[in-house]
Design a protein around this ligand. Structure first.
Ligand SMILES: Nc1ncnc2c1ncn2[C@@H]1O[C@H](COP(=O)(O)OP(=O)(O)O)[C@@H](O)[C@H]1O
Ligand SMILES: O=C(O)C(=O)C[C@H](O)[C@H](O)COP(=O)(O)O
Length: 348
């Protein structure tokens, strides 16, 4: 994704942002061709990191966004700060660490049907793993209407987990806390800890995103619901099937779109960004879910993590279709550039 399309001015340092996203960003290496990691001869550089993906997409859609993280005082750190800042995200709360490197990761293209892929992380001991209540500017982190976090951070180090606990503690006047469970079993020192820790953090959030498969890692969707009496909204994503939002005593389901998938990476982050964008705009829950699906479809139809979100008028028009027309939509590469909305993206 190149940072094109409507962008807001980034909030000035210290100003109230619409959304602050905190987490580790990494330089990502995408394979030049399919196959096993052992066989891929070369990689293309991109950027990744669940929370900064959300930040970049929201900024590209015109929201005022800050990303808080730590990167090394190295070229990869420069690249992340410059690229994420290039989307119109305020990067003034990003800290540079002269003693620790920027994390990087490599991935394979994976199987289109199952999304089975290999990931090789080089992030142990990274600058971001030293995020803590002492090393981050907590005032800047809290200066937003929404604070977006994910379970990835909890797995990075004991300091990162303590920071997550501090940011999800229920206190008067705190931002609305959005938490994407993002269970990455390979990152946990003791994977058996993850379900309890992630559920504990989710209990402190107002808005929780969880994939149905992840929910099973945590004891199943019903167990997650039972463990989270307080969130305003719990969104369970069901991949290519749909998504359901539990809010108060209501459950609202919206089927997923039919998408010609290029790469599944980044879809969960894009879904969260679309849902948050619609939440900031005060749209009803059904429309928030539809915007989640539409933004996910934007990420699914490009090779890397990040895609330009659909233009607001296009997304609004598609989100307003009746159920039958929604079910007929079929979105493929380039669909976000359609100018006349549904006529251009609907299958004949
Ligand atoms: N095959 C698919 N077809 C259409 N939409 C999909 C498909 N896979 C994922 N999505 C969309 O991406 C969102 C996130 O997918 P999911 O697999 O649940 O997330 P994650 O990337 O977090 O594992 C889904 O809620 C849906 O909107
Ligand atoms: O794994 C991590 O630590 C990352 O942050 C790398 C990726 O950028 C996101 O994980 C993509 O996330 P999905 O949207 O769920 O595909």
């Amino acid at each position: 994704m190149t940072p094109d399309g409507p962008r807001s001015a980034a909030p000035a340092p210290g100003d109230l942002a619409d959304v602050v996203a905190l987490g580790e960003s990494m330089v990502t290496f995408l394979p030049s061709r399919p196959g096993r990691l052992a066989d891929v001869p070369s990689f293309d550089r991109a950027i990744g990191g669940a929370e900064s993906n959300v930040a970049c997409m929201l900024a590209a859609a015109g929201h005022r966004v800050r990303w808080a993280g730590r990167v090394g005082a190295d070229g990869f750190g420069d690249h992340l700060v410059e690229t994420i800042g290039g989307y119109g995200v305020d990067v003034s709360a990003v800290r540079r660490d002269p003693a620790r490197p920027t994390g990087v990761y490599f991935r394979t293209a994976g199987d289109r049907a199952t999304d089975a892929h290999e990931v090789a992380y080089y992030r142990a001991g990274s600058a971001a793993s030293a995020m803590s209540t002492a090393t981050m500017d907590l005032a800047a982190v809290r200066a937003g209407r929404v604070l977006h976090l994910s379970g990835i951070t909890a797995a990075l180090s004991a300091d990162c987990l303590e920071l997550m606990r501090e940011l999800t503690a229920r206190r008067p006047g705190r931002p609305l806390v959005s938490f994407d469970v993002n269970h990455r079993p390979g990152l946990w020192r003791d994977p058996a800890d993850a379900p309890r820790v992630l559920l504990g953090l989710a209990r402190g959030a107002d808005l929780v995103f969880v994939g149905e498969d992840e929910a099973w890692d945590l004891g199943g969707p019903e167990a997650v619901r039972a463990a989270l009496p307080e969130p305003e909204v719990l969104v369970v994503k069901q991949g290519g099937t749909g998504a359901v939002a539990f809010h108060g005593r209501h459950a609202t389901s919206v089927p997923a779109l039919r998408v010609d998938v290029t790469a599944a990476v980044g879809a969960g982050d894009a879904f969260a960004a679309g849902f948050l964008s619609a939440t900031l705009r005060g749209l009803p829950v059904r429309d928030r879910l539809r915007h989640g699906h539409l933004w996910a479809a934007a990420a699914l139809t490009v090779p890397g993590d990040l895609a330009p979100p659909p233009a607001r008028d296009l997304a609004d028009r598609l989100a307003a279709l009746d159920e039958e027309a929604w079910g007929r939509l079929r979105l493929g590469p380039g669909w976000t550039r359609a100018e006349k909305a549904d006529e251009e993206v609907r299958t004949p």
